[in-house]
Design a protein around this ligand. Structure first.
Ligand code: 5RP
Length: 219
């Protein structure tokens, strides 16, 4: 079974957590795009969605789903998003699609974070393989890169990418993260860092993994 089919299984299985008459938090990325497509079949049962990227916003509208601003809601019942990596503690690396900051904001509104991934995303140690994305205010790019290098990583400027918030992304290579909560806090304290892609302080509550044997639910 190919990766896309496994992503589709996870996306489809997430529909069982969508409650009628609620506003659904929706992340971004290719797995979430499949979830949005599936959510379209429930468009008449939900109030709408809050999206974590302009791209997801456009796709939700295309499905006939009303999009609310994060400022319009006090809380969300669920937030559904993908991940670049997820560990057994349900902590994640996110931001492969450069939407990490808005993803963290919408996730923070949700009672339940549902992470939908294919099985290739499951790892023991975060960021040992996938580089850690860090969203940075453009004027702080060089100094933040120096600081990340002094912490042992190899930061690379993601050429040609501007986030939905008008910032840039540094991808930190060779940066295995052994203490995700501490590292998430430390990196967010660097002047010029908007957010880093470690989702450990607020990890997932439920993980749905697409596998050749079907969708596996870890809660
Ligand atoms: C975007 C993200 C995505 O959730 C992450 O990159 C996974 O993407 P995909 O579902 O395409 O594999 O964090 O910023």
């Amino acid at each position: 079974m190919d990766q896309n089919a496994m992503k589709k299984q996870a996306a489809q299985a997430a529909l069982q957590y969508v409650k009628p008459d609620t506003i659904v938090g929706v992340g971004s990325g290719s797995t979430v795009n499949l979830f949005i497509e599936a959510l379209g079949t429930m468009r008449n049962q939900i109030k709408g969605a809050v999206a974590a990227s302009k791209n997801s916003e456009a796709l939700l509208r295309k499905q006939g789903i009303e999009v609310f601003s994060a400022n319009d809601v006090d809380s969300l019942d669920i937030y559904v998003d993908g991940a670049d990596e997820i560990n057994p503690q349900k902590m994640m690396i996110k931001g492969g699609g450069a939407a990490l900051t808005r993803e963290k904001i919408v996730a923070a509104l949700a009672k339940t974070f549902i992470c939908i991934v294919d099985k290739s995303k499951q790892v023991e140690v975060l960021s040992a393989e996938f580089p850690l994305p860090v969203e940075v205010i453009p004027m702080a790019r060089s100094q933040v890169a120096r600081k990340l290098a002094s912490l042992g990583g190899a930061p690379e400027y993601r050429e040609g990418v501007v986030t939905d918030n008008g910032n840039i992304i540094l991808d930190v290579y060779r940066f295995p993260i052994l203490e995700p909560i501490e590292m998430e806090k430390n990196l967010n304290n660097i002047a010029g860092v908007v957010t880093n892609g470690i989702f450990a302080l607020r990890g997932a509550d439920i993980v749905i993994v697409g596998t050749p044997e079907g969708a596996q639910i870890i809660d």
